[in-house]
Design a protein. Structure first.
Length: 277
């Protein structure tokens, strides 16, 4: 572009100046149209809006000491807004959208860093409507009647405690929600075991357990490894015998080595007069 200013609002001014100075011989056909219908806005990119982090806490206000009446302490809601710090960005990143921060993000990060296996549990993400969260109540405990018990229940319960319990800290709210979560998880496990025992008592067969399947896979892998190791030892000894030209006992050379090798029941490979450990 050089030194030319091609901003949307100055295009007509520039065209008139070029015509008056003789740089152009005729006026553009859109010159009068732009004068009658000017651009409605400046077509320049603005920097994205910064999204602050908002925290809501409940504080206890004690009555003044010089007051004669025995007034109970009052509570007030305190809203704290934390503005994001401006960091130096490259020219290509100046107009990129900035991340939106919520208070639940830090709570969620803390819980899943302490309980990474909760991410492996299957979750139901299907919702009947877009406002299912309005029917959930975490005022009593971590278990909401209309929601599945998972890590998000702990986050919402901790957030409710932080917003409504006066002078509570994040660690205290986290411990309360976490202990309630453990109690409900234990109850679910007991109910699952009791249901399985009742079903087996009336003839249900669930097949091999997880431990039995693991042992079967381990035995299968060990047998494959033992078979491969025996075959590898036999091939190495055949190559060694063929290279040195020695006659192996029980065979006429390297080709008859298979007759001299016997496989024991304990997985060892042996032969007549020699053994391979």
């Amino acid at each position: 572009m050089g030194r030319l200013n091609l901003a949307a609002l100055r295009v007509r001014r520039r065209a008139i100046a070029d015509f008056e100075t003789g740089r152009t011989r005729m006026k553009p056909i859109w010159l009068e149209v732009v004068a009658d219908i000017p651009p409605a806005q400046i077509f320049t990119r603005q920097q994205p809006i910064q999204h602050p982090l908002t925290k809501i806490r409940t504080k206890t206000i004690s009555p003044p000491s010089n007051s004669d009446s025995q007034l109970p302490p009052r509570t007030s809601t305190e809203v704290t807004t934390i503005k994001p710090t401006r960091s130096k960005k490259r020219a290509s990143q100046v107009f990129q959208p900035v991340p939106i921060r919520y208070e639940e993000d830090e709570l969620r990060k803390q819980f899943y860093s302490d309980h990474p296996w909760e991410l492996a549990r299957p979750r139901v993400v299907l919702e009947t409507s877009g406002d299912n969260y309005t029917h959930r109540d975490y005022s009593r405990n971590v278990r909401s009647p209309s929601a599945q018990l998972n890590g998000e229940s702990v986050v919402q319960r901790q957030l409710y405690l932080l917003h409504n319990v006066p002078d509570i800290k994040e660690s205290q709210a986290y411990d309360m929600a976490r202990k309630e979560f453990y109690a409900h998880r234990l109850r679910e496990e007991i109910e699952r075991r009791v249901a399985a025992e009742e079903a087996e008592a009336v003839g249900a067969d669930f097949g091999p357990s997880i431990n039995q399947r693991s042992i079967e896979l381990e035995n299968k892998t060990y047998d494959e490894w033992a078979r491969w190791s025996r075959q590898t030892v036999i091939e190495n000894m055949q190559k060694s015998a063929a290279f040195t030209g020695q006659m192996l006992e029980g065979g006429g050379g390297a080709g008859g080595f298979g007759d001299a090798v016997a496989q024991g029941s304990d997985g060892q490979v042996g032969g007549k007069g020699f053994a391979v450990q």
